[in-house]
Write a protein that binds this ligand. Structure first.
Ligand SMILES: [Zn+2]
Length: 76
């Protein structure tokens, strides 16, 4: 491995693991409840409320390889 910047072969390679957490709040709305109410009256509201407060969490790990030049500090 040779640094593209200075041409030195004093390059260390390391794997960096990043964890990305995505938190999405489930879109509950009173709109849904209202629609439920219009369509099914009271049971519709209950249906709408059931979806309230649920969060969906997805975690993604991203690993990438980083080469660090010991000579000039270039990361590539
Ligand atoms: Zn370099």
């Amino acid at each position: 491995m040779i640094c593209p910047k200075c041409g030195s072969n004093h390059v260390t390679t390391q794997v960096v693991t990043e964890t990305i957490t995505n938190e999405k709040e489930k879109g509950f709305g009173w709109i849904k409840a209202c629609l439920g109410y219009l369509l099914f009256s009271v049971p519709g509201i209950l249906c709408g409320l059931c979806g309230m407060g649920k969060r969906r969490r997805s975690t993604r790990t991203n690993s990438r390889v980083v080469h660090l030049c010991q000579n000039c500090g270039n990361q590539f």
